[in-house]
Design a protein around this ligand. Structure first.
Ligand code: SAM
Length: 600
């Protein structure tokens, strides 16, 4: 699957693929790396680092008028990805000329500052800890006469931001910082011997060009960005927006967790889509005036919220938005769904629901067990319960307090949700009989609830089996190969499928000599895409108060927004997906809420 359609709309390579033929005709160095077949198609071998270097150099020249030296043993930057990152920054901070940015680890190419200063005339402090990269970066800036905009400075490995910011005199505050961090934790990971890629993902279609000092850091990209987060909590508004690129989707969750832990309440994520490769962007800020753009990739799967017109029932609960919300909230909290009050108005309320486990299905199954028990032999139950021994009294009391205990084969069994099955299956743990009074209570409750069981038989939600097909395999935890981004023709990693009658002089070989790899690069799977949504909404919610956020379950299976709105005579219930393991869980909660509303 090509991700080019989700490239940033202003990315010049989104709709205009570079013509390898034209480039080959114009740039002899590039031509030397290409092959041509009889029909005139020009091919480039993306597994060859020299070919990638030649392509990047001539695109920098052709499209940005930049002359950039890329040393042999250093990372070759791919341009569509770099542009996606810069355009995302423009969306956050604005593209005007007065901006000041920091590029952490600018590399030998100094690619981000060179591109952004050419495109927007932005000012940069570019840092680099590797001596060779520092030398080349400074040279590249000077060669392009951009020293008045870009300051390249050496950095120590210990401090990522603090010492560079504090010792810099060019500006007091920065509009943003950006970073493409070293992403591997060790050589094993860098060489692909230990991988975070899922086994069924095809290998990368292009060669990795990064040297160990560029791509390896203790703890990998998570440790690196975690340190950025820590330093940002001291620097705070010195930098208005902190950002980093990430090579693995799995890093996002860990770093969002770190942000919450550090009480950074406003953050956002995005996807950088190009060719068959996806990368992620993380941004955070201490400035409440910053707004984060919505990811195009996420927006593609936005679905309308679940919608229900609340029927006007009896007068148990007044037919008013806030009365109904209070009623629903009580029921949700009774099944341990965390409720966070969001925006409120006279005829509107919004509550974020966060559930750590599936208590709604569990509850239904438990009630059904109770119903069965009631219909089977209440008298027998009572007789057995009356034989409670003195020794078992403590455990009896415990069991009696536990509403999940039901009778099974002469013993009480505890129905426990099995988290591995997403709280759907039930395990049975034996415990002694209950006291008669407790049994009566439970029996009465099960009779009360039997009505609700009927309601729960409705529709597809909370179905008999409560099946969850939660494929949690994270197939997009991409191991990065730095030359990962195919320019333009994403489905043909190493060829330009364009016919031409023009025969190039001095092409390296005939196409038959070239090993054309059609292997896919790291396309994200649908599973991945379903695991996160509406980060903007999340950041909006999170930004309200930090204490409330911390009391939410840290790990959750479902997060959604419940809204109640008046619309003329009616009050409508909406449930909108934010995050979690599967949307089916939200459908189940929706049914739970509808059933509660049907009872009033
Ligand atoms: C993955 S490379 C990115 C290079 C370039 N920004 C790009 O996107 O092509 C990471 C760079 O960060 C540098 N680096 C590592 N730790 C650093 C630190 N603490 N401060 C500054 N640079 C660092 C490495 O030497 C390397 O050049």
């Amino acid at each position: 699957m090509s991700l080019n359609k989700y490239m940033h709309p202003r990315n010049r390579y989104k709709n205009a693929k570079p013509s390898f033929l034209q480039l080959a005709l114009k740039y002899p160095d590039f031509r030397a790396m290409t092959t041509q077949d009889e029909s005139g198609k020009v091919f480039l071998d993306f597994k060859n680092a020299d070919a990638l270097r030649a392509l990047t150099r001539c695109l920098l020249k052709e499209d940005f008028d930049l002359t950039v030296e890329l040393p042999m043993d250093r990372l070759v930057p791919t341009l569509p990805l770099r542009l996606n990152y810069i355009h995302w920054l423009e969306d956050i901070v604005g593209a005007d000329e007065t901006k000041w940015g920091i590029d952490i680890g600018t590399g030998a190419s100094c690619v981000y500052p060179l591109l952004a200063s050419k495109m927007n005339k932005w000012n940069f402090l570019a840092t680099e800890s590797d001596a060779e990269n520092l030398y080349h970066a400074q040279k590249n800036v000077a060669n392009n006469n951009l020293s008045h905009l870009i300051n390249v400075k050496g950095a120590s490995d210990e401090s990522i931001l603090t010492s560079s910011v504090q010792s810099f005199t060019g500006t007091d505050v920065f509009d943003f910082c950006m970073c493409n961090p070293p992403f591997f934790a060790d050589h094993m990971e860098a060489q692909g011997l230990v991988t975070t890629r899922s086994d069924d993902r095809p290998e990368a279609g292009s060669v990795s060009t990064a040297s160990p000092q560029e791509c390896i850091v203790a703890g990998g990209e998570v440790a690196f960005v975690r340190q950025m987060i820590e330093e940002s909590t001291v620097l705070r508004e010195k930098i208005r927006v902190y950002t980093s690129m990430l090579g693995k989707k799995s890093s996002l969750a860990q770093l969002k967790e770190e942000l919450r832990h550090q009480k950074v309440t406003k953050f956002s994520t995005t996807e950088f889509c190009q060719g068959k490769t996806m990368r992620w962007g993380l941004a955070w800020t201490f400035d409440s005036s910053v707004t984060f753009p919505r990811s195009q990739f996420e927006a593609r799967k936005a679905k309308p919220p679940l919608f229900y017109v609340i029927p006007k029932g009896s007068s148990n609960v007044e037919y008013k938005v806030h009365e109904l919300a209070r009623y629903l909230r009580q029921h949700l909290e009774s099944i341990k769904v965390h409720c966070y009050q969001g925006k409120q108005a006279k005829s509107y309320t919004s509550i974020t629901l966060t559930a750590a486990e599936n208590t709604w299905c569990h509850q239904r199954r438990f009630r059904r067990q109770q119903q069965k028990l009631t219909s089977e032999s209440p008298v027998k139950c009572q007789q057995q319960a009356s034989q409670v021994s003195r020794e078992g009294k403590d455990e009896v009391s415990k069991a009696s307090e536990d509403t999940n205990c039901v009778k099974d084969g002469g013993k009480f069994v505890k129905l426990c949700s099995n988290n591995e099955d997403n709280g759907v299956t039930e395990r049975k743990i034996s415990c002694p009989d209950k006291k008669l009074s407790d049994i009566n209570t439970n029996l009465k409750r099960s009779l009360d609830d039997s009505l609700e069981v009927e309601h729960l038989k409705t529709k597809r939600q909370c179905t008999e089996s409560c099946e969850e097909t939660l494929s949690l395999k994270d197939t997009s935890t991409n191991t990065r190969s730095e030359s990962d981004t195919t320019i333009g023709n994403a489905n043909n990693n190493n060829c330009e499928a364009k016919k031409s009658d023009i025969v190039l002089p001095e092409t390296k070989a005939n196409i038959t000599d070239v090993n054309i790899s059609k292997k896919n690069n790291s396309a994200p799977s649908e599973d991945d895409s379903q695991r996160k949504e509406s980060i903007d909404i999340e950041s909006e919610v999170i930004s309200s108060t930090s204490t409330e956020v911390l009391s939410q379950p840290k790990e959750y299976i479902l997060k959604c927004v419940m809204r109640l709105k008046r619309s003329e005579e009616n009050i409508n219930l909406e449930l909108e997906w934010l995050d979690g393991k599967s949307r089916e869980l939200m459908h189940q909660v929706f049914t739970f809420l509808k059933n509660k509303l049907a009872q009033i």
